[in-house]
Design a protein. Structure first.
Length: 354
């Protein structure tokens, strides 16, 4: 239903001054957020692309990076030395160039954008935003990469550097749908803030090559996230503000969960599957009430449990390696889950004695 609603909003606002093209799907694991994003792409007739975020995701993971051809001299001793330093640091990338130039980090931009702006430009601007600072830093990094990519005439061909385009840029440039998965895992919240200009309807961004990319009017961005995962953080307010619709995806009713699991796994014992659905929901409720947050309990765990039980013929044993082990790594918490939730419904089979 959420996918249908989003497609409707995207289609009916096409051609209007404000088109709805950015959407946030937020909900527990296994609720079909990625399938929803793919369904939206299919419904709108757009190619589907995705980028999965991690704790170390940087701005250049989205916009791409220039890789200089480093076999020849730049003709400048200082630049050659800087290039050697960068190679020793692990290569020419955003993080290393930023360190080399002693540029401010995303934390500084988030907490004191006015101070960072003044340090970068020498101009006082109390209304400066983290996005303004990010654009300045990108310019400085890009300029340094260009300098490192200049070689002595006659020593090499005119091809002095290679730019690898990301799926994110390709989607926004060509009018595709791109899903950004789990951005709340990114350690530096300012990374997505740096993309705010591209989240605008007619947004632009300057690539490391100097090319200015303008967002295609048909391009759709779908952000999918689960803030209940350990290590996930709340999304930056300025990013959420640019979402046309924010859909909270809830787990379906127990009856629907059972039907879906049986369809996926091929299980035929409806009564047992319904019992397993009850256990998974009770596990999730117990974890929530008791602050057990280092694992996950949801549809994927349920499907794995049912599949394992079909193979082993023993739901109790199968639960140990699926829903219980996934719920937490803490031994005492696992024992509590077994005693309080699993045992009352699925008592362990008594083993025959010789």
């Amino acid at each position: 239903q959420e996918a249908v609603d989003i497609c409707k909003h995207a289609q009916l606002t096409t051609g209007k001054p404000t088109q709805m093209r950015n959407f946030l799907l937020r909900g527990p694991a296994g609720t079909g957020k990625t399938m929803g994003a793919k369904a939206i792409a299919a419904g709108l007739g757009l190619p589907y692309m995705k980028y999965t975020c991690s704790a170390g995701t940087e701005i250049f993971d989205f916009v791409g990076m220039v890789f200089p051809n480093t076999e020849h001299s730049t003709g400048n001793a200082q630049l050659d030395q800087e290039r050697e330093q960068l190679q020793a640091m692990g290569g020419v990338n955003y993080a290393n160039v930023s360190k080399l130039l002693h540029l401010p980090g995303l934390d500084d931009m988030d907490y004191d954008p006015a101070g960072v702006y003044q340090a970068l430009t020498g101009v006082e601007n109390q209304t400066a935003t983290p996005q303004d600072c990010m654009e300045l830093v990108l310019e400085k990094v890009t300029e340094k990469v260009r300098q490192l990519s200049v070689f002595v005439e006659g020593e090499t061909s005119s091809q002095t550097y290679t730019y690898v385009e990301t799926d994110f840029i390709k989607a926004l440039k060509n009018g595709y749908l791109v899903e950004i998965q789990e951005p709340s895992t990114i350690l530096q919240p300012g990374v997505l803030v740096g993309l705010n200009s591209l989240l605008e309807q007619s947004g632009t961004i300057t690539l490391p090559t100097g090319e200015v990319i303008r967002r295609h009017p048909d391009a759709v961005v779908v952000v999918t996230t689960n803030v209940s995962y350990e290590g996930c953080r709340g999304m930056n307010q300025s990013v959420v503000d640019r979402m046309s619709l924010v859909k909270d995806i809830q787990l379906p009713s127990p009856e629907v969960m059972a039907q879906r699991v049986m369809a996926v796994t091929g299980a035929e014992d409806e009564y047992q599957v319904c019992q397993m659905v009850q256990v998974v929901n009770d596990l999730a409720d117990y974890c929530r009430k008791n602050g057990i947050t280092d694992g996950t309990v949801g549809m994927r765990s349920l499907i794995d449990w049912v599949t394992s039980a079909e193979i082993s013929g023993d739901p109790y044993t199968a639960a140990m390696d699926t829903i219980i082990s996934k719920a937490t790594a803490d031994e005492e918490d696992r024992e509590a889950l077994i005693t309080s939730v699993l045992d009352p419904v699925f008592a362990p089979k008594r083993r025959k004695t010789a």
